[in-house]
Ligand binder design. Structure first.
Ligand code: ZN
Length: 211
């Protein structure tokens, strides 16, 4: 069961390297970005990101994004996010997005960006209205531990997400990836093995991985 977004090093998962905190892992696929909570010396961090993004196992740019509850001033976050999306375009790699209370800003940026790369909102747990708007604008979604709570937004929107744009993750939370898949499989009324296979396919297609 592929864990699409984690900060732990473990098999069959995508390690999210935070620039300024983490090192390039010895094995496995990873993504790299400047997390909005961890801005330090942005210019230096961005130079490091550019370098690391050339690594052949670096399959996406992020997580990066917008957080109105935590981190730097939102104007600065928006600038840094725009730099990430440009890098994603230059490198032809998808973008992994952290978004808290800033989905309107995110949509506006996407509309104006002319971006051609897939944008994946990770840890998605928003209401059906926001979900539909993001679906309409081509976003991909990674859902996590909120699926274990039957009243959560992610449970409400899971069936609306186009199956080819869905991923599941732990985000290093206190849940196992098995629990997340099991909850999703029940909610989708899809056999667990089928779901596992579908999300592996989504992974290979999104990142153009052929092995
Ligand atoms: Zn994360």
């Amino acid at each position: 069961m592929l864990d699409f977004h984690t900060h732990d090093l473990k098999p069959n998962s995508v390690f999210n390297l935070i620039i300024g905190k983490d090192q390039v892992p010895e094995s496995g696929y990873f993504t790299a970005g400047i997390h909005p909570w961890f801005f330090e010396n942005i210019e230096q961090q961005f130079a490091e990101l550019k370098q690391i993004s050339q690594h052949k196992k670096c399959i996406a740019i992020g997580e990066c994004g917008l957080d109105k509850l935590k981190g730097a001033d939102i104007k600065i976050q928006i600038e840094v996010f725009k730099n990430h999306l440009q890098l994603a375009e230059t490198m032809s790699k998808p973008l992994i997005i952290h978004c808290v209370k800033a989905h309107n800003d995110l949509l506006e940026i996407k509309k104006k960006s002319g971006s051609t790369m897939p944008w994946v909102v990770h840890g998605f747990n928003q209401n059906p209205t926001i979900a539909l708007r993001l679906i309409d604008h081509g976003f991909y979604f990674s859902l996590g531990k909120s699926l274990l709570h039957t009243e959560s937004n992610s449970c409400k929107v899971l069936n609306q997400i186009p199956p080819e744009r869905l991923f599941l993750e732990t985000d290093s939370a206190d849940v196992t990836i098995e629990e997340v898949y099991k909850a999703a499989s029940e909610r989708l009324q899809l056999p667990l093995q089928q779901l596992v296979a579908n999300l592996q396919d989504n992974f290979r297609i999104l990142f153009k991985i052929n092995d």
